[in-house]
Unconditional design. Structure first.
Length: 246
């Protein structure tokens, strides 16, 4: 585990962008694992700037997203496909045919999960997988109780996760109750994993994560099973862990 401490969200996003761009410079045919939510937004802004300001190209890159809401089509304004197109993919020189997100409308959902896992193995696994960390330790939509051996699957979302995501919807009741997500084992297939954590609301999760004890009650803890994980954490998110050091 490599820990990188930064001062604030802006610095976290900038440092993460440097690592992503270095991956692409090292291998222009990289497969990138992408995440949604508010945490990577600053990173994605930096990556967009990197195309025009630093000459970074995504022409040969493929992307694999972690998850998608079940029941939402890709053109739904709250779908993760729409989010990714709006926040990153539509602003860089990547072919949308090379960007992969689970289908929230395909049925039966079990077949879509199997298709997506096979796709991960066919074009990947990711050379670099980006993750946020939920306040309850979820990664992707792998909620507490998820088994380490899990592959891409459909999951019922915890109330805390739905509440956290309600700000993107008209009201909490509009937040889907289920999602398709890469499983723990799917994520651990990645060559490298980059975890981002920012803000005081993530401080308890970061503290527990850094204790290094694996448990299905805290899915992020399974990342300790991987040999190449980098955690970038700002001062607020690290505050409780820092207090333990004093």
């Amino acid at each position: 585990m490599k820990l990188i401490r930064v001062e604030n969200y802006k610095e976290m996003s900038s440092k993460a962008a440097q690592l992503v761009e270095q991956q692409i410079l090292d291998n222009p045919h990289s497969v990138l694992g992408l995440a949604t939510g508010s945490t990577p937004l600053g990173l994605y802004e930096q990556l967009i700037q990197g195309v025009s300001e630093r000459g970074i190209s995504y022409r040969h890159v493929q992307t694999i997203n972690l998850d998608e809401y079940q029941g939402l089509s890709g053109d739904h304004p709250n779908s993760y496909r729409h989010f990714m197109n709006e926040k990153l993919l539509g602003h860089i020189d990547v072919s949308l045919e090379n960007t992969h997100i689970p289908s929230g409308k395909s049925l039966p959902v079990e077949a879509e999960c199997q298709r997506y896992e096979a796709l991960i193995d066919k074009i990947g696994p990711p050379h670099l997988q980006m993750l946020g960390m939920g306040t309850n330790g979820h990664i992707g939509f792998n909620e507490p109780g998820t088994l380490e051996t899990s592959l891409t699957h459909c999951v019922k979302l915890e109330a805390s996760t739905r509440s956290s995501n309600a700000r993107f919807f008209s009201d909490r009741d509009s937040v889907p109750t289920h999602a398709i997500t890469m499983g723990i084992q799917s994520i651990l297939k990645s060559e490298q994993i980059l975890v981002l954590a920012s803000g005081k609301k993530k401080a308890q999760a970061v503290k527990r994560f850094l204790e290094g004890h694996t448990s299905k009650d805290f899915p992020a803890s399974f990342l300790w099973k991987h040999n190449h994980v980098t955690l970038i954490v700002d001062s607020d998110a690290y505050s409780l862990a820092a207090a333990e050091e004093e």
